[in-house]
Ligand binder design. Sequence first.
Ligand code: NAP
Length: 246
Amino acid sequence: MKNLSNKTALVTGASRGIGAAIAKRLAREGANVAITYNSSPDRAEAVVKEIEAAGGKAIAIKADSSDPNAVKAAVDKTAETFGGLHVLVNNAGIAMLKSVEDFTLEDFDLHTSVNIRAVFAGSQAAIKHLPRGGRIITIGSCMAERVAGPGGSVYAMSKSALIGLTKGMARDLGPKGITVNLVHPGPTDTDMNPADGVGADWQRSMNALGSFGSVEDVAAMVAFLAGPESGNITGAGMLVDSGNNV
Ligand code: NAP
């Protein structure tokens, strides 16, 4: 019996990067997996095919996280398709790094809608489906607590907001036996932050291990939080960041 046999997970923004790795890892743990995507239908379908080829069950749902109704509909569609929902992973996120002087209000609003409001809307929609033992796991960032260089003000703010939201939801949902946690990746090799990109060596120089993380590192932490051994952990923020914040 695998850790997540007979369980269903929804991972937002899982056509690529960290979300795709989480979806594949949760499927390997035995979960039926739904993923959302916005602009990469082919890559989302490839994730589904890979899970199915390994013997798992998966679906891809188009849901722009800047639209709270689309996120809510994705939650309900997941529960309807697989007959329930046990794990919600709020992963979809955007990061525009530029000086506060250059940030437009439109870009500010996009960050708050995708990185914060979608987490609220998806989590709220999930509550009616989640049983005791249900899990809400959100992907934050090491930048929630440490902004090591210029250009990160709005992105960092959006991730800091998730700390309060997570702690508050943990209090609200504790009596229902639902845990709510954050995972804070450090520099992780994806399209958003390539390990060979401009600034990658600078990021390595900022952390204790001098390394860049992999998407599998983050997926492993999510798998632990989604699994049966994490039931006494809620309202927590878990750093998977090469020691960026030490
Ligand atoms: P990525 O490589 O840019 O991938 C982003 C994923 O999110 C894609 O699957 C994308 O789907 C989806 N997405 C973006 N905007 C969306 C929207 N409006 N609606 C629905 N889906 C949307 O990013 P990543 O590095 O994997 O980041 C994943 C999470 O980790 C984010 O929350 C990010 O803030 C966080 N994080 C990343 C790092 C890092 O160094 N990589 C560090 C700390 C935290 P489509 O392609 O279909 O649009």
